[in-house]
Ligand binder design. Structure first.
Ligand SMILES: [Zn+2]
Length: 371
């Protein structure tokens, strides 16, 4: 019996170790960090025409900068793969862009646009980078209205029915779904706006929050960049020039590079943080978690590394890192957690118990609770 148990244990560990192909940043060419670049608009959706002095509109500048950024990343960064929502003058729907990003296991989504000031003043200028969030700021709302308005040009408007940014229920659901990615999105947005100032010497209007469709429905860190105002003559000249596009591309590239560096550092810091917190949380009571994976690699416990599951924790046992989904003191709830994990593709998930932060046999935990 003892030998049987031991070999079963070894078998389970072996299967778990080799059957989970969890993403790790830049670890290997076969498992690259995937960046999706989304040049705004395209085809019959021209985006803002700007002052009207140039033939090129927002869609053209967005495409030029996007392709140049992708090229630079491919040339200079190893183990990073670039994919585009469009690489020519075509019109992907907003919904199509989000679906493509979610399908391709994208780690980072960058949407590139140019801004426009409503009316004829043409005084507003500067770059701004948006992450998902609610806002009451009128100017921000104008930007979102303009960038989302393309929905009306699309043939199948049915898919946008639930997208109602004035409904509190809708916004709450959105915030919960995106919570896990927000701090990373803000980090990248900050790097981008900093580089626009440092490298391109532009005026930054800052990092802002707003409800953009492409940010709301992409389940990974995502930002929407407004390079500058095409309704501002000087800025329009700059963004239409080769020199201007080069500077904006270079800024975006440096920001992406900084973000990737930050992720590695952050992954290291997360180890101590997660473990400390775990010990504190589970002291003096029985706690259940769902083990979803084991790996020899220390993977950052972010939702986008675990097929969108958040509340992931990690412990090290021997040479293996164990990854757990959820945490509850109620054994009944574990069934629900287990089902959620299985639905996400972690078919061999199972419930484990902890007492005072230490793993104990499940049966012992249940007995303790019954007493
Ligand atoms: Zn746009």
């Amino acid at each position: 019996m003892q030998t049987y148990r031991l070999s079963l244990f070894v078998l389970i560990i072996t299967v778990l170790t080799f059957s989970f192909n969890l993403p790790v940043y830049g670890q290997s060419a076969s498992n690259p960090f995937v960046i999706m670049i989304d040049p705004g608009h395209g085809g019959r959706d021209t985006g803002t025409p700007g002052t009207g002095r140039y033939k090129a509109t927002e869609k053209d500048i967005a495409l030029d900068v996007s392709l140049a950024l992708g090229k630079m990343i491919n040339e200079k960064l190893s183990n990073v793969k670039v994919v585009y929502t469009r690489d020519k003058d075509v019109f992907p729907t907003l919904n199509g862009r989000a679906i493509a990003a979610n399908k391709k296991d994208v780690d980072l989504f960058i949407s590139i646009h140019c801004n426009a000031q409503p009316g004829k003043k043409g005084t507003a200028y500067g770059s701004e980078t948006f992450v998902l969030g609610t806002t009451k700021n009128k100017q921000n709302l104008e930007v979102a209205k303009r960038e989302n308005s393309v929905m009306a040009l699309e043939e199948n408007t049915e898919v946008y029915k639930e997208f109602n940014s004035s409904s509190p229920e809708f916004l709450l659901g959105l915030e919960l779904a995106q919570e896990a990615y927000l701090d990373h999105s803000i980090k990248l947005a900050r790097f981008i706006e900093d580089e626009f100032q440092i490298t391109a010497k532009r005026r930054s209007r800052g990092v802002k929050q707003n409800i953009f469709y492409v940010l709301a429905y992409t389940y990974m860190p995502s930002v929407l960049v407004e390079l500058g105002f095409l309704t501002h003559k000087k800025e329009e000249d700059f963004l239409n020039s080769k020199h201007g596009k080069n500077l904006m591309t270079k800024s975006l590239f440096i920001a992406v590079e900084k973000y990737l560096k930050y992720l590695n550092i952050n992954a290291k810091e997360t180890v101590a943080f997660v473990e400390d917190k775990e010990v504190e949380q589970v002291s003096n009571h029985i706690e259940f978690k769902v083990q979803i994976a084991a790996s020899s690699k220390a993977i950052e416990t972010k939702a986008y590394n675990f097929k969108g599951l958040n509340k992931i924790s990690r412990i090290k046992e021997g040479s293996l890192y164990k990854y757990f989904y959820g945490s509850t003191t109620n054994y009944e709830v574990t069934k629900q957690l287990e089902e959620e994990a299985r639905n996400k593709g972690y078919g061999s998930s199972f419930v484990v118990a902890f007492k005072d932060g230490k793993k104990i046999p499940l049966i012992e935990a249940l007995k303790t609770m019954a007493n």
